[in-house]
Design a protein around this ligand. Structure first.
Ligand code: FAD
Length: 480
């Protein structure tokens, strides 16, 4: 009998398996697809020689993850490639705003609001890793309560209120609204200011990197380290029911709550299963990947210095677009997130050519093809863009969900992270990774601290499962 089986090989599944293996426990990962990695896959989606990140593209949380920082991932082939700036935020009729590692340089770009911006972030940059360790964790007594309170008080506010109140000009407001829109929440909801502040803060600690060779290199490095520790990974193993799981003491699900409910139903109380089924996933995304015959022709060429470009104009425009998505509409001018990996990692495309990556938020389950809408936003800030496109690859919400069953309705971050579901995900329990069955755990992005490639959900879930393992009787019956 194994100590643990992990269902799913996303970054959280691999993180959980590593935590078990490095404590000398036997562990096996079962992955539905023929390739590992979940949200960190890379593939030739358009033309031969063009390597596109199918899901996640840019990895500040990956490089800063308190768990990943303890692993020898570089020795297992991972290399982060850094841009000169984390984010470029173009605006109509004026130069783009750039989020640079230097707080002073970023502030200088914000004109009248430079001082206020520096005042907001400077206190958090004294010991940023300690603050990030508190932020990327389940609800618990923070290790640095005063700094957390200082961060949490403005962070609890809706982004529109926090950033309109603090800044007078459009530039700082727009930069932080773009960062807050990563929450996939309407920007008038509580906590969205915290998301904006966390993303901006990471940009002052690392230049948001991409993984050399593609995001798949993160999964390959995690898998290689896991194998070195004695863990095993089996691909092509979709777990439909408990019968598909080999004899084991513990099972960790790197899956959506819906799949935990479907597979675990025979051994979980009906009330808990009902709560899992009530979990809210939120809006989906529409994604485009391009093979390009040159760099993106940004009107402000400084945009080429950033790994990520936020297209959406002012705070008001971004807030209106995100609110429309929540009303079930497709905005005319959506907030579009662009990543330009090949600008920094030449291995992604043939010499002189480039890859382009963009997505926007859409209502859950949307079937609408937004190619023209997204490309219009590109043309707005990069005139002549369409002429550079050699080939394109489109993913609607259903394509994302068939790529990975965790992306329910096309939702990419494990489920709505509003006040109710931020800490109490997937179900309100003191230990959110546990279930009423001491042998079943959930470790996916549908647990705290939520979406992103950081492995923290897997790390905390494994620690909780290891504690439970100590208390289980030695002679256990099969789970089935
Ligand atoms: C378009 C897009 C862009 C993104 N951009 C970024 C970004 O730039 N930066 C960032 O940090 N994050 C980004 N993310 C989010 C990030 O990819 C996810 O939050 C992260 O991958 C979640 O990791 P996970 O381990 O919880 O699950 P996943 O990565 O979703 O992995 C789950 C794995 O479990 C497998 N699985 C599911 N069900 C079963 C089953 N029943 N049996 C066997 N296997 C199963 C799946 O095949 C999959 O391999 C993006 C996601 C998408 C889709």
């Amino acid at each position: 009998m194994l100590d643990a089986v992990v269902v799913g090989s996303g970054p959280n599944g691999l993180a959980a398996a590593i935590e078990f293996a490095r404590r000398g426990r036997s562990v096996r990962v079962l992955e539905a697809r023929e390739t590992i990695g979940g949200g960190i896959r890379t593939a030739e989606l358009t033309l031969p020689g063009f390597a596109h990140d199918v899901c996640s593209g840019c990895h500040p949380m990956g490089e800063l993850s308190p768990f990943f920082r303890t692993l020898p991932l570089e020795a297992h082939g991972l290399r982060w490639v850094h841009p000169m700036a984390s984010v470029a935020h173009p605006l109509d009729g004026q130069p783009a705003v750039l989020l640079r590692r230097s707080l002073t340089e970023t502030a200088r770009d914000l004109g009248e609001d430079g001082r206020a911006y520096e005042r907001l972030f400077a206190p958090f940059l004294r010991e940023p890793h300690a603050l990030l360790a508190d932020l990327l964790a389940p609800l618990r007594m923070p290790r640095h309560p005063i700094r957390m309170a200082r961060f949490g008080l403005p962070g609890l506010l809706p982004a529109v209120r926090a950033f309109r109140g603090r800044f007078a000009g459009e530039r700082a407001r727009a930069l932080l609204a773009g960062c807050a829109a990563h929450s996939i929440l309407p920007l008038d909801r509580p906590l969205t200011a915290a998301v904006g502040m966390i993303f901006a803060l990471t940009g002052h600690v690392v230049d948001w990197p991409v993984a050399a060779g593609g995001s798949r290199a993160i999964g390959d490095a995690l898998a290689s380290y896991l194998r070195e520790l004695g863990g095993r990974i089996e691909t092509g193993r979709f777990v439909h029911s408990l019968a598909d799981i080999p004899p084991t003491r513990i099972v960790l699900f790197d899956t959506s709550p819906a799949q935990l409910a479907a597979v675990g139903e025979p051994v979980l109380p009906a009330r808990y299963v009902r709560c899992l089924r009530r979990f809210r996933y939120g809006p989906g995304v529409f994604k485009l990947d391009w093979a390009l015959d040159g760099p993106i022709p940004w009107r402000d060429p400084r945009c080429l210095e950033a790994s990520t470009v936020h297209l959406g104009g002012t705070l008001d425009e971004i807030a209106a677009g995100e609110a429309a998505v929540w009303r079930g509409e497709h905005p005319e001018r959506p907030f579009v997130l662009v990543v330009q990996q090949s600008q920094f990692d030449p291995s992604r495309a043939p010499v002189g050519r480039h890859t382009g990556y963009a997505y926007c938020h859409v209502p859950a389950g949307s079937t609408v093809d937004l190619t023209a809408v997204v490309e219009r936003q590109m043309e707005r800030f990069a005139p002549g863009f369409r002429d550079r496109v050699l080939a394109r690859h489109v993913m609607r919400t259903a394509d994302l969900q068939s790529e990975n069953p965790n992306y329910v309705g096309g939702a990419i971050t494990g489920g709505v992270a509003d006040l109710r579901q931020f800490f109490a995900r997937p179900v309100a329990r003191l230990d959110p990774y546990s279930t009423p069955n001491p042998r079943l755990f959930i470790c996916s992005a549908s647990t705290p601290p939520g979406g992103g490639v950081h492995g923290m959900c897997g790390h905390f879930a494994a620690r909780s499962a290891l504690r439970s393992l100590e208390r289980l009787p030695r002679n256990l019956a099969s789970l089935r």
